[in-house]
Design a protein around this ligand. Structure first.
Ligand SMILES: *Cc1c(COP(=O)(O)O)cnc(C)c1O
Length: 414
């Protein structure tokens, strides 16, 4: 097979253009740059799109996760359960409270939090079994029901939310969904962002980082059906003040405000929200394009020895933020790293999602996990490789990725 040598396909490229420029220009010339009307419009449009009652526009998904944990009452010494297989943001926000992350292994088929392992760990913690705690804290932290669980919808393919919410309702945990990859996505025909349980405090956090499915450069959104969680997150996003800046400086300005708590500076700007509104309008078309690319990859790589295409359960409709391919170690002992290297040589940028948290020095030092404590996360990470999948990819670029992967896989297996 001959591989084109005049193409380099980067791993990610944002899909933004003149419409976004025009929207930003209007805001800049309008004389009000930060949180105001555009943010309100973006919040309303986004809440409607994902089927949530309330939305709070923020400057990142990390901020949304932090505020969500604050709003559901996470405090120092609490336990918060999450998956080992995620990005830094998911667990660092737990540490912001000096709370203790308890890492759970993944379902090797989907890379998502394994609900059986989750039920087991939560049950043991609730029963006071310290062996369910991270190894390094067993002698000084009490085993108790975790305050919250943070499921992460990896690649925008939903976790088994019905089971997670059921467990949360039964045990009194809050649910904070890390939906950084999951707009727009659905679980059992319900959009991610719309799933709630009347007996569970919950919020869902989305990311508009430059490489995510829709972008505002940097940005995030917290959605919830709870008016209390929404109000608390909004207030704490702006220093804990009882009025936002619009309330303080707008036409009906009241100069008086109260500081209700030591808040943060997490509000979104109107410049970002203007970009977000345009991206939201284009989200369906961009998702269709990613879906088409995923189908093309699935077809091209099906039945190729050494390659495993992503496994998507029947009741999950992913956003296809990532295309997580798996490669088997080859008979001659070469591995995923070699595969990555060979793809770069053929002009294809890739990434690896993710280096699981328990393999990073900070979490090894503070929580004491060893690679074998979360064996599926460790094993699947070793063979994962994320291919380019974004709406701005041309057909030529998609073809080029297919050719390059097939070429490497063929030589790899030899
Ligand atoms: C990108 C990402 C985040 C953080 O999003 P930001 O908007 O950059 O703060 C959180 N969790 C996961 C899984 C992510 O991939």
């Amino acid at each position: 097979m001959s591989i084109r040598d005049d193409l380099y396909v980067p791993f990610a490229r944002p899909d933004t253009g003149e419409d976004e420029v025009a929207a930003v220009r209007e805001v800049i010339l309008g004389g009000w740059l930060t949180t105001s009307q555009r943010c309100r419009e973006f919040e309303q449009a986004f809440a409607e799109r994902v089927g949530a009652r309330h939305a709070v526009a923020l400057n990142s998904c990390t901020a949304a996760l932090h505020l969500a944990l604050e709003a559901v009452g996470v405090e120092r010494g609490d336990l918060v359960v999450t998956t080992a297989y995620t990005f830094a943001a998911t667990a660092e926000v737990i540490r912001y409270f000096d709370a203790v992350p308890v890492l759970v292994d993944v379902d090797p088929d989907t890379f998502n939090l394994d609900p059986v392992a989750l039920e087991d760990v939560v049950g043991r913690l609730a029963a006071g079994d310290r062996s369910a705690l991270p190894p390094a804290v067993r002698d000084r932290v009490e085993a108790k029901t975790p305050r919250a669980v943070i499921p992460v919808h990896i690649a925008g393919a939903a976790c088994q939310l019905d089971r997670i919410y059921k467990l949360a309702a039964a045990s009194g945990m809050a649910v904070v969904e890390d939906a950084a990859h999951a707009f727009p996505a659905a679980y059992r025909s319900r959009p991610i962002g719309s799933i709630t349980d009347p007996n569970v405090a919950s919020a869902v956090c989305f990311s508009f980082y430059a490489t995510k499915t829709i972008t505002t450069g940097e940005g995030g959104m917290l959605v919830t059906d709870s008016p209390e969680i929404a109000a608390r997150a909004r207030q704490m996003s702006l220093h804990g003040l009882t009025h936002d800046a619009w309330g303080r400086y707008g036409k009906n300005a009241a100069w008086r405000y109260d500081i209700d708590g030591p808040g943060f500076k997490y509000n979104m700007t109107d410049i970002a929200a203007a970009i977000g509104l345009v991206q939201l309008d284009r989200a369906e078309a961009m998702t269709d394009r990613r879906r088409a690319i995923a189908s093309r990859y699935n077809e091209a790589f099906a039945d190729v020895p050494g390659l495993e295409t992503p496994l998507v359960p029947d009741d999950v409709c992913p956003s296809w933020h990532l295309y997580m391919l798996r490669v088997s170690p080859s008979p001659n002992g070469t591995c995923r790293d070699h595969f990555v290297d060979q793809l770069v040589r053929r002009g294809v940028g890739t990434s690896v999602h993710f280096i699981p948290l328990h393999l990073h020095s900070y979490y090894q030092r503070t929580l004491g996990y060893a690679p074998d404590d979360l064996p599926h996360a460790t094993a699947e990470f070793e063979r994962e490789i994320s291919l380019p999948i974004y709406s701005a990819m041309t057909d030529d670029e998609v073809d080029h990725v297919c050719d390059a992967v097939l070429d490497v896989a063929t030589r790899f297996a030899a």
